[in-house]
Design a protein around this ligand. Structure first.
Ligand code: FAD
Length: 310
């Protein structure tokens, strides 16, 4: 069995693996796709000490760092079930989609999250070519340009307020007849001079010239009229979904499906820790996920140290 088994190989899982291996304990990482969301990222300019890089380069560097240590990397492995230890301090089992199973004294879940898509024509085609999901990451790329935000919940309205300070103009589109964000955010948004709000607006297409995005088409759900707005960027803000479907009923999750963790990365199950975008940790960013992975690995090491000698 492993001393520490990490499920998920994004920034959080890679950091946890490096920290675990440096303790000289038996460490494994099982991941569906090593590198995680970073693989889908074009420019990364906010990982402090690295002025600018791109996703595939960053993912390769994560892997190289983990491979510099004695870690079993099991790529293309999807975890389907976590079976808690049958007695305190016992082995935890992770069952894989390929029928195999792995056992470990401690487990770190770092299976990340995924952005919900609007699923309209043009979204996939212009991803990273005008279509973005993370205002903290990609906001500065649209300095002085016109952008839209799709989604009028808290994350959409926060994104619109944030972007309004950087870009020339923000158009916010909400499907329902009113914004669903907290009143204080909505009031703030309405006070901004360079924002227009469209409610009862169904986005129907993200348009472009074949190379990059150039606009958004929507239908006014009250009048039925079709409209088109010209812009350079669209931020899709209709939810970030944690990859915890396989853990339902096993670990305590928040109402958004995130794994609830404490300051040491502990979950509701002894010996099971979690880190990164899959948890309740606020602000989903690479630098935060890596720090969080390190923290969970140290938390799990502390747990292992206190287990009775076997
Ligand atoms: P993830 O990166 O999501 O990694 C999860 C890992 O778990 C993957 O290896 C995945 O394959 C694996 N996994 C999932 N389910 C299972 C399972 N059941 N069994 C086994 N393995 C599983 N952040 C920034 O700081 N700067 C940026 O510029 C930036 N740009 C971004 C651009 C885009 C397009 C996107 C989508 C995100 C961007 N982010 C950026 C956010 C950043 O990528 C995430 O915050 C970060 O990757 C989270 O790391 P993580 O390790 O928690 O999860």
């Amino acid at each position: 069995p492993y001393d520490m088994l990490i499920v998920g190989g994004g920034p959080a899982g890679a950091a946890a693996a490096v920290y675990a291996a440096r303790k000289g304990i038996r460490t494994g990482v099982a991941a569906e796709r090593f590198g995680g969301q970073v693989n889908d990222t074009l420019a990364i300019e906010n990982f402090i000490s690295v002025t600018a890089t791109d996703g595939p380069k960053f993912a390769a560097a994560l892997e190289a760092h983990v491979k510099a240590y004695d870690v079993d990397i099991m790529n293309l492995q999807r975890a389907e079930k976590l079976i808690p230890a049958s007695e305190p301090g016992g082995l935890i089992e992770i069952q894989l989609a390929n029928g195999g199973s792995l056992k470990a004294r401690s487990v770190i879940v770092s299976t990340g999250a995924r952005w919900r898509n609007v699923n309209v024509p043009g979204e996939a085609e212009y991803k990273n070519k005008g279509v973005a999901y993370c205002p903290h990451c990609d906001g500065p790329l649209f300095k002085g340009k016109r952008v839209a935000v799709i989604g009028g919940g808290n994350s959409g309205v926060e994104a619109a307020i944030d972007l309004a300070g950087i870009v020339a103009h923000v158009s916010l589109f909400e499907f329902a007849d009113q914004l669903r964000a907290d009143a204080v955010l909505v009031n703030k948004l309405k006070s901004l001079p360079n924002v227009s709000i469209h409610t009862s607006a169904q986005t129907t297409e993200l348009t472009g010239d074949g190379n990059k995005l150039d606009g958004l088409s929507y239908t006014d759900r009250v009048s039925g009229a079709a409209h088109h707005v010209e812009l350079e960027g669209v931020f899709v803000q209709i939810g970030l979904v944690p990859n915890t479907e396989w853990l339902k009923g096993t670990l305590e999750l928040s109402k958004f499906g995130e794994i609830i963790v404490d300051s040491h990365g502990r979950t509701s199950l002894p010996g099971v820790f979690a880190a990164g975008d899959v948890t309740t940790v606020p602000f989903k960013q690479i630098i935060i996920a890596t720090g969080d992975g390190a923290k969970a690995a140290l938390g799990a090491f502390d747990y292992l140290m206190r287990l009775p000698a076997s």
